[in-house]
Design a protein around this ligand. Structure first.
Ligand code: SF4
Length: 448
C-alpha cells in the first residue's frame, strides 16, 4: 500500500477508552434472540452498570457471571458453575444463542472458556459462542470484532458447486449478461436495522443483492460463507473478523472505504459494483448530498480538529471532515490495521491532496498526557475526546465533542451525513450561540 508522506507514530498506549465488553450494549439489541453473559468481576459489573445507563432497568439480555474467591483459587468447578447459570438463562429467557464474554480476569486465571463451552452447550442444548473481549488486549469497539470473529465459525457453509450449477442453468435460460447475480455478497458489522436496510436498498439500485449480514437479526439466519463469497466490512474496527473470514472461511474481502460520509459511501458502493459496467447516478447523488449539508459545512470549513482517539472510527471521520474543509492536526487511534484500512487510508491521502490540506499525524496507542499538551499548544477549534478529558478541556477554552457519541449515533450511509455533521458542529454552535440565527435550518437541540 502506498502511504508515502503519511506519518504513523506509536506512543505508550496510556489513553482512556471504554472497555470492549461494552459491545454487549448494541449487540444484544442487534441479535434479537441472543443472550450475553459477561464472565468477570465486580469491576466489569460496575463498568457495565454505569456505562450502559438506563438500559439496565429494561431487563436487557445481558448479565454478569461474577467470579468469586473460590473461582479464582480453582476451588469451584468452572464448568458446573457456568452450566448452572446458563440453565437459569435458558429457563428464564430461552435465547437461541448464549455469548460468553471473557474478561481480564478469565484471561489472567487462564479460565478455559473455549474448552468448557462445547461441554456446557451439549448439556443445555443451546449454542455457546465464546468471545474474549477483554480490556487487556482490546479497546472499545473491538469488542464487537471479537464477537463477530467468533460467530464466523458458526455460519453455515456456502456450497459454491451447487450454487454455480444453479446460476449456470439460469444463465442458459435467461442468456443474461449480468454477472452480478452469481456473486454472493455478505456485509459484516452491526448496524441498526434501518441503516442496514438503507445499504441493502442502495446496492439493489445498483443491481446487487446482499445475500446476508453478519451479525444477522436472528442467530439462525447467519449468512452462508465460503469460497466465492465476497465480504465487505462496514466498520473500520473489524479487522479480526475480516482476517477470520478470509483465512478460515476462504471468503474474498473487498477492501473499500467505509460508508461514513457521502465520499466514503460513494466510493464503497463503487467498489461493490466493480463487477458491473457502470454505476447508476452515484456521483450526482453525492454532489446533491454535499449541497444539502452546505449549511453545516460552512460552519466547519477552515476550522481545525484534534482526535484523541478511542473508538477506531477516527480515520473515516477525519477523512470525511477534511473533505468538509476542516484541518485535522492529529488522529489518535487505539489500533491501526493498515491492511484492513488500506482503502480508507488511500482515500484520506487523496482527500488531503484534493482539499489542499496537510496530512494529519496518525498516532497509534496514543498517550493522553502528551496529547493534552499538544492540544494546549495547537489550540484546535474542536477536540474529539472521551468523557474524562472533555470537561477539563472545556474549562481551558477548547471546544470538545464526546467521541462515544459517534459509536452510538447512526453515522453510516447517505441518510446519516447530517447526523455526523450535527454532532461535530454542535459544540461549535453552542460556543457561538448566535450561529443558529445565521443558519435557522439547523437543529433546535443546539440552542440549549
Ligand atoms: S478492563 Fe477488564 S476488568 Fe475492566 S471492565 Fe473490562 S474486562 Fe473487566
Amino acid at each position: 500500500m502506498k502511504t508515502a508522506g503519511m506519518s504513523f507514530e506509536c506512543e505508550t498506549g496510556n489513553y482512556h477508552t471504554f472497555c470492549p465488553i461494552s459491545c454487549v450494549a448494541w449487540l444484544y439489541q442487534k441479535i434479537e434472540d441472543s443472550f450475553f453473559l459477561v464472565v468477570g468481576t465486580k469491576t466489569c459489573g460496575y463498568f457495565l452498570q454505569n456505562a450502559l445507563g438506563v438500559t439496565i432497568f429494561a431487563e436487557p439480555r445481558y448479565a454478569m457471571a461474577e467470579l468469586e474467591e473460590g473461582d479464582i483459587s480453582a476451588q469451584l468447578n468452572d464448568q458446573k458453575e457456568l452450566e448452572k447459570i446458563c440453565l437459569q438463562i435458558k429457563n428464564n429467557r430461552s435465547p437461541s444463542v448464549i455469548v460468553w464474554i471473557g474478561t481480564c480476569t478469565t484471561e489472567i486465571v487462564k479460565m478455559d472458556l473455549e474448552g468448557i463451552a462445547p461441554k456446557v452447550e451439549k448439556q443445555i442444548g443451546i449454542p455457546i459462542v465464546v468471545a474474549r473481549a477483554n480490556g487487556l488486549d482490546y479497546a472499545f469497539t473491538q469488542g464487537e470484532d471479537t464477537v463477530l470473529a467468533a460467530m464466523v465459525h458458526r455460519c453455515p457453509e456456502y456450497d459454491s458447486l451447487i450454487e454455480e450449477e444453479k446460476s449456470q442453468q439460469s444463465e442458459i435460460h435467461t442468456n443474461s449478461k449480468n454477472k452480478s447475480t452469481s456473486h454472493q455478497l455478505v456485509l459484516f458489522g452491526s448496524l441498526p436495522s434501518n441503516v442496514a436496510s438503507e445499504l441493502n436498498l442502495e446496492l439493489k439500485r445498483q443491481s446487487i443483492s446482499v445475500s446476508g449480514w453478519l451479525p444477522s437479526q436472528k442467530y439462525n439466519e447467519l449468512p452462508k460463507l465460503g469460497y466465492k463469497v465476497y465480504v465487505c466490512g462496514v466498520n473500520p474496527f473489524l479487522s479480526r473478523t475480516a482476517t477470520t473470514l478470509m483465512r478460515r472461511r476462504k471468503c474474498q474481502l473487498i477492501g473499500a472505504p467505509f460508508p461514513i460520509g457521502p465520499d466514503g459511501h460513494m466510493l464503497g458502493l463503487r467498489k461493490f459494483v466493480r463487477f458491473l459496467i457502470k454505476t447508476n447516478g452515484l456521483k450526482e447523488r453525492e454532489n446533491q448530498l454535499w449541497k444539502n449539508v452546505e449549511d453545516y459545512t460552512r460552519i466547519i470549513n477552515g476550522k481545525s480538529i484534534f482526535f484523541m482517539g478511542d473508538n477506531l472510527l477516527e480515520i473515516s471521520l477525519a477523512r470525511f471532515l477534511i473533505r468538509c474543509g476542516m484541518i485535522v492536526y492529529e488522529i489518535g487511534i487505539p489500533y491501526m490495521d493498515r491492511r484492513y484500512q488500506a482503502a480508507e487510508l488511500l482515500l484520506l491521502q487523496s482527500t488531503c491532496k484534493e482539499m489542499n490540506s496537510p496530512l494529519p499525524r496518525i498516532v497509534e496507542k496514543p498517550d493522553n498526557y502528551g496529547q493534552v499538551q499538544r492540544i494546549q499548544e495547537l489550540k484546535p477549534h474542536l477536540a474529539i475526546t472521551g468523557m474524562a478529558h472533555a470537561n477539563p478541556l472545556e474549562a481551558r477554552d477548547i471546544d470538545t465533542k464526546w467521541s462515544v457519541e459517534f459509536t452510538f449515533a447512526q453515522i453510516h450511509g447517505f441518510s446519516n451525513v447530517r447526523a455526523i455533521l450535527e454532532l461535530v458542529t454542535r459544540p461549535l454552535r453552542r460556543s457561538k450561540g448566535n450561529l443558529n440565527l445565521v443558519f435557522p435550518s439547523l437543529s433546535k437541540q443546539t440552542k440549549i
